[in-house]
Write a protein that binds this ligand. Structure first.
Ligand SMILES: NC(=O)N[C@H]1NC(=O)NC1=O
Ligand SMILES: [Zn+2]
Ligand SMILES: [Zn+2]
Length: 488
């Protein structure tokens, strides 16, 4: 994994509008604080947005009559989740999501930082100029910190100076698609575009995230004679995007990732495969590349760990995404790989649209928008499904905070540790809730989320961003005081 320095803006001091706890200096105490050295009973001291001490109970001596202490009892205090893969669609398609609604949903779900994808907004973030539009749209409108990936598209892949301007302007890294993205101003890249861009990324020490599917000749393999009725079946959609599409893309990528090894022509660059669904051959290819010393990581998403293709009802296009959700045996293998450390991290791939584009009435899996809406639910979804496999709080913190922070180069985030920004989630693992119409959902279009209607455990009680209590039991701070993060 690569490490480098990222500088955000100077933290603002909390005001009563920015924080539901208007104190500059306070302690959070709990019997379960998840730190890089294990889970402790003790307290975290926060001053001006930073963590300034982490103390075990037996060593903690404060005179509480002079000190603000927020005691969370046995609730879990963890580093805030860092979601390196979210589409907030702002500017230009804020009717799909938007910075205010998306970051409120993040805060309500314990996500304290997210890195916004360069596509689904309009225009796509593929140049210095379009990044400026993103930052302008985010300023004063985000409730959690937001960094930005830039898009690698053929136009800038073939033009090193335009790519350098985009990197100099502060994107945390780049993202590209090896299949059509579904967005007109975000064309796909081939392996040769990626090869061309890697030496530039190496010089800037920033990662390339890749949507790893390629088009294959599937003629004769997909039978759609039944027409409309058939398109309502998830298995029809699954046949159009078989695991071999992921496998073929990853085969191409691991040829390129050789260059990232020590002494290689792209040493310092890093390849990151987003939203892996195929837990069979694709996963082995990635594992072997890692063993050979390539700088390569991989993420999967809660929907691949929570759902199985066999269970998706006919016509329920809330579950349509790419790559698709595969069979239950594949899901078990994804869990094995996550638990074994072969999958490095998790992300939401929150990719909403307006409800009309989900075609919920027709239920046509081939025509509906592909994308799962999940941003607010990633913590309880991971926990609810993971606790059956005995996952620990430390594992959750490594998949959702520590490893994502490393990928995005966020050196002062991702752990409850002295010197870090005070980005913290407090949650209750045994508290269950129904995602029904009475539940306060903050994503713009709750009706299109695949999680609505389910019962989950793991309720977020409070979320702190840079020491500001931005969310507490259903309420948000009145002002959006979190910050755009730029690589400086
Ligand atoms: N454009 C876009 O968000 N595509 C995303 N949706 C999805 O399901 N997979 C993707 O890559
Ligand atoms: Zn994708
Ligand atoms: Zn995506």
């Amino acid at each position: 994994m690569i490490l480098k320095k990222v500088y955000g803006y100077i933290p603002q001091l909390p005001s009563s509008d920015c924080s539901l706890l208007p104190h500059n200096h306070y302690w959070i105490s709990s019997k379960r604080i998840v730190t890089p050295n294990g889970t402790i009973s003790g307290a975290v001291e926060i001053k001006e947005g930073r963590i300034i001490s982490v103390v075990a109970e037996e060593n903690w001596h404060v005179n509480s009559s002079f000190t603000t202490v927020v005691n969370y009892g046995e609730s879990v205090v963890m580093p805030g989740f860092i979601d390196v893969h979210a589409h907030l669609d702002d500017p230009g398609r804020s009717e799909w999501e938007g910075f205010p609604s998306g970051t409120k949903a993040a805060a309500a779900g314990g996500v304290t930082t997210l890195v916004d994808m360069p596509l689904n907004s309009a225009p796509s973030t593929v140049s210095e100029e379009t990044l400026k539009l993103k930052v302008q749209a985010a300023e004063g409108r985000v409730y959690v910190d937001v960094g930005f990936w830039g898009g690698l598209v053929p136009e800038n892949a073939e033009n090193a100076s335009s790519l350098e301007r985009l990197l100099n302007a502060g994107v945390l890294g780049l993202k590209s698609f090896m299949v059509p993205s579904g967005i007109n101003d975000f064309p796909m890249t081939t392996a040769s575009h990626i090869k061309e861009a890697l030496p530039t990324l190496a010089r800037y020490k920033r990662p390339l995230l890749v949507h790893a599917e390629v088009l294959l000749d599937l003629d004769g393999k997909v039978e759609l004679e039944d027409g409309v009725e058939n398109a309502r079946s998830y298995s029809t959609y699954l046949k159009t995007r078989p695991a071999s599409m992921e496998e073929a893309a990853i085969n191409q990528l691991i040829t390129l990732s050789k260059d990232t090894r020590a002494g290689g022509s792209a040493e310092g660059a890093h390849l990151h495969i987003v939203h892996l669904s195929d837990a069979r051959t694709s996963l082995n290819l990635i594992k072997e590349a890692k063993q050979r010393g390539d700088s390569i990581t991989v993420e999967t998403c809660p929907h691949y760990l929570a759902f199985a293709a066999e269970d998706i009802p006919d016509g329920d296009t809330r579950f349509k995404c790419a790559p698709p959700i595969r069979d239950a045996a594949n899901k078990e293998k994804l869990w094995d790989a996550l638990l074994d450390g072969d999958i490095d991290m998790l992300s939401s791939d929150h990719s909403p649209s307006v409800p009309e584009m989900k075609l919920l009435d027709e239920g046509d899996f081939l025509k509906a928008w592909g994308g799962i809406s999940s941003l607010q639910f990633v913590l309880p979804a991971t926990w609810t499904h993971g606790r059956k496999y005995g996952i620990t709080f430390e594992q959750l913190a490594s998949w959702w905070s520590e490893n994502p922070a490393k990928l995005a180069g966020l050196t002062t985030k991702g752990a409850i540790a002295v010197g870090n920004q005070a980005d913290i989630v407090v949650w209750e693992p045994d508290m269950e809730f129904d995602l029904d119409n009475d539940y306060p959902v903050h994503i713009k279009h709750p009706s299109i989320s695949a999680y609505m209607g389910s019962r989950l455990s793991g309720k977020v009680l409070a979320t702190f961003v840079r020491g500001n209590l931005v969310y507490k039991e259903g309420n948000h701070a009145s002002q959006a005081c979190a910050l755009p993060i730029l690589h400086r």
